[in-house]
Structure formats: C-alpha cells, structure tokens
Ligand binder design. Structure first.
Ligand code: MV4
Length: 449
C-alpha cells in the first residue's frame, strides 16, 4: 500500500479521500489555492502545499504545480478526486510518467470514455444497449438528415467531446436539424476544441439511472447496484437515491450484470459509473464516467463498501477485498446535495458560516468540509455538504432525511436545505414518480405559489 498520497482536490471530496487514507495508514498531502489556506482539507492533512492563486486554472487544474508538489513532498500516488483533472487522460499519463501512481483507470480507458462516439461504439460492441443514433460524427447536413430519417425524429445533437449535457441541441424536424448542426459544431469546437457532433433519437421522458462499478484491472469487476439521479436542474443533480424506485429486481439484475460483463471484457480498473436512460422498461447507455462520483455515498450506504478504500487498493495492485457474492445490497439510501445558493433562485451565496451544527444519529452521514467561522470562497463549485441517510425502506429513509434536514444548522450563507425540505414533502417524490424533467416543473410550481 502507498505511504503518502497527494490529493489533487478541495472541499468535501478532498476530506472524503483523506478519511480513507487515515483508515489505511496512508499519510496525506493537501494541495490548495491561496483562497483555501484555511480550508478543512488543508487543516487536517499531514502536509500541505500551496499551488497557486484562486482561479482553478492556476491551481487545481495546474498539472505542473501538482506534480511539483508530489515531488517535493515525496508522495507515491495522486488521487484526482472529482471534477478538475479527474477525467483528464493527459494528466493521468503525466502522473504515471513522473513515477507516481494515478488513482483511477488507465489513461487509455479515460480517453476512450471521454470520446462519446467511441465510448458508445465500445458499449454497443460489449453488448450494452445504446440509444439508436448516427454512430459516427456527422460530416454534413445531408448525412445528418439521412441518419435522422433512419432513426426518426425528434433527434438530439451531442458533442463527442462533451458529456454531462453540455452543448446538446434538440431537432424535431429536418429544418431544425439543418439549422442546428452547424451551430452545434461551432459550439463544440469553442467549448471542447473538437467539432465532432453525433445524433441520437431523443427520449422524451426517461429516468437517469447509473450503475456503480469497481474493477481491479485484472478482469475482476463488481457492481454496487444502481442510483437514480433523475432529480436534476440544468444538469446539476440535487438528490440521488439507491435503489431506483422505478426498477424491479429482474430489471436491476439484467442492467447491473450487463454493465459488469462489459467492464470485465475490457479489464477496467478502479471506480466507474455507466449512465443509462430508462424509458418504458428499456435501458439505453449514454455515457461512462471514469472516476468517483459526487453521489458515491448512496452506493456505499446500501453496500457497506468503502469505494475510496477500494480505489486505493486496486491502484496499489491489490485485488478487491471481496467478490460479487460477498456484496449484499440492503435498504435504501438518499443523498441531498447542499449548495451555498439561494433556495429560491439558485444564485451563489458565498460568505462566512456564522453557525454550524451537522445532524447525527442512526443512519445519517454528512460529507462536508464546512465548520463554524469558515468562509465559503466564491471561486469554486457551490456544493458545500452532502447529507446522506440510510434505512431499511424508502419510506423510512425519507422520514430520516426529513428529521436530519430539520436538525441541520448552517447560518450566515443561503443553502438549498429549504428546497430539499419542500421536495421531501412532495407527493410525487414520496411515490417515486419522477423523470428527468420533473424537477423543473416542481420548481416552476414553487415560483407560482
Ligand atoms: C439524452 C436525453 C434524451 N434522449 N439523450 C443530458 C446529460 C447527458 N449525460 C445526456 N443527457 C440527455 N441525453 C437522448 N437520446 C436527455 C438528456 C437529458 C438528461 C439526462 C439525464 C439527466 C437529466 C437530463 C436533463 C435533460 C436532458
């Protein structure tokens, strides 16, 4: 196992990784921008290195500064966390070339899944159902129209280098498509430096269901069940739960087993998530994420597996600590993302936390780097806490979530806690009756009331 790990991230996820290191006896190095000198991940680390000014580009995205920090502290591995450099194949490669271990998949697997056209082709070849689509980059309006006629309208244009919903365009007919293809290509070039755009049949009311996977890079792969992440606004998830209220046991087994077989075939190493759209009883692959995800705690709560510990274990060349038969998925878990934002209009709300008291008690987990007196900086993602609850049933988990939300005190900044309170009281939510568009309607209703 490693002796010293550098965590190339900040906030709650840097703390989450640090906790796993402590429990494995690994020393930690925190890197931070000048805006984060008093951050919790810095205060708790064994060693700290300031890597640059506040803008992420100059600090948390500065690969040279991070590699230098690893060298001067004598770290033997680097965990990229979530966001920032976590899905950057060039960074993963540079880490390895400098003699450190990258905590994550191979650069080749990161590169493959980062190219959404290639990823989709790979998924199809590996036996995963995909949304009917063009299958390749669109070279002309004529080619796009031919593909769309074949598939049937409406179609969705997606950037191959995009993902996470950025730069998508909906075309309901040939005229729309002719107009939007050049726009989509220009936007993709500006945003991602590559103009490859593909199209696929637009699903009108799907749920977003993803499978949590873990591989050892030697052909062993297990799943930790699925998560339902349909409750999103502008491609930002608000609440995730496991298992999905929409899935029966047989469909779940089919989905998870298909995903496991695919990753076994490619010898995947590390934590990964395969994202699906689920509509009318059918699953369609959309993307794969080659990193830990924000919502990983819900899978940990229903499985008892520590995903970060296993990431470290397999990166060190060890096997997984268990097989699929050892994993028993039990009960129900829900995560609320608590952002430093106005609950009414989602405007960022940085500032000083004047009072802080986190909820506790049975079945409650809080992943947060907040503390009383901490100043939330304005430069980064507004996620400041994740409240995760677990209980034997979904109904029990919702009641536990409501009581934990009531206990949570975060004063001095606005947070999305009031929104979660309203959401957990909603009749549709309580029945599990929602799709990817439901939350927008719920918020519009709240604005009218
Ligand atoms: C889609 C879709 C409908 N049909 N693909 C958005 C995020 C990115 N990962 C894929 N996304 C979508 N792809 C087809 N063929 C609808 C979305 C989508 C969405 C997906 C998951 C969660 C929220 C969403 C919100 C709007 C659109």
């Amino acid at each position: 196992m490693f002796e010293k790990l550098l965590i190339a991230n900040r906030g709650e996820i840097a703390l989450r990784i640090q906790r796993a290191c402590r429990e494995l006896g690994i020393k930690t190095v925190a890197v931070h921008s000048t805006a984060d000198s008093a951050a919790m991940h810095v205060r708790l680390a064994d060693e700290t290195v300031c890597i640059g000014p506040p803008p992420a580009r100059a600090s948390y995205l500065n690969a040279a500064a991070i590699l230098s920090a690893a060298m001067i502290t004598g770290a033997d591995a680097i965990h990229p966390g979530i966001g920032f450099l976590s899905e950057n194949a060039e960074f993963a490669q540079a880490v390895e070339e400098h003699g450190f271990t990258f905590i994550g998949p191979t650069p080749e697997h990161i590169r493959l899944m980062g190219d959404k056209i290639r990823a989709k082709a790979a998924a199809q070849r590996l036996g995963i159902p995909v949304v009917p689509g063009s299958g390749e980059a669109l070279r002309s309006v004529a080619a796009a129209e031919a593909a769309a006629r074949n598939i049937g309208y409406p179609v969705l244009l997606k950037a191959s280098a995009g993902g996470g919903g950025r730069g998508m365009k909906l075309a309901r007919n040939a005229a729309d498509l002719a107009q939007m293809l050049p726009l989509a290509q220009a936007e993709a070039r500006a945003a991602f430096g590559a103009d490859a755009v593909y199209l696929e049949r637009y699903l009108e009311r799907p749920r977003h269901i993803e499978v949590q996977l873990l591989g050892d890079g030697r052909g062993e792969v297990v799943h930790l069940g699925e998560r339902d992440c349909s409750l999103q606004r502008s491609h930002q998830k608000l609440l995730e739960e496991a298992p999905s209220p929409a899935l029966a046991a047989a469909a779940r087994a089919r989905l998870c087993d298909t995903a496991v077989a695919a990753l076994k075939e490619i010898g995947y190493r590390g934590a990964g998530t395969i994202e699906f759209l689920f509509e009318d009883g059918a699953f369609y692959f959309i993307e794969m994420n080659t990193r830990l995800q924000v919502e990983h705690p819900v899978s940990e709560m229903i499985s008892g597996v520590d995903l970060v510990r296993e990431q470290l274990r397999v990166a060190a060349g060890e096997t997984l600590g268990f097989s699929q038969d050892d994993i028993e998925l039990s009960g129900h878990a829900i995560e609320c993302r608590i952002n430093a934002e106005s609950s009414a209009d989602f405007r960022p709300s940085p500032g000083r936390v004047s009072e802080y008291l986190a909820p506790g008690g049975a079945g409650v987990r809080v992943d947060s780097a907040l503390y009383q007196g901490y100043e939330v900086p304005p430069y980064y993602d507004s996620l400041v806490a994740k409240l995760i609850v677990h209980d034997a049933t979904r109904e029990g988990a919702i009641m536990r979530l409501k009581r934990a939300l009531r206990e949570y005190v975060i004063a001095g900044i606005d947070t999305t806690i009031p929104l979660h309170q309203r959401l957990t009281d909603d009749a549709d939510f309580r029945r599990g009756a929602y799709d990817i568009h439901w939350l927008e309607r719920f918020l519009a209703r709240g604005r009218r009331d």
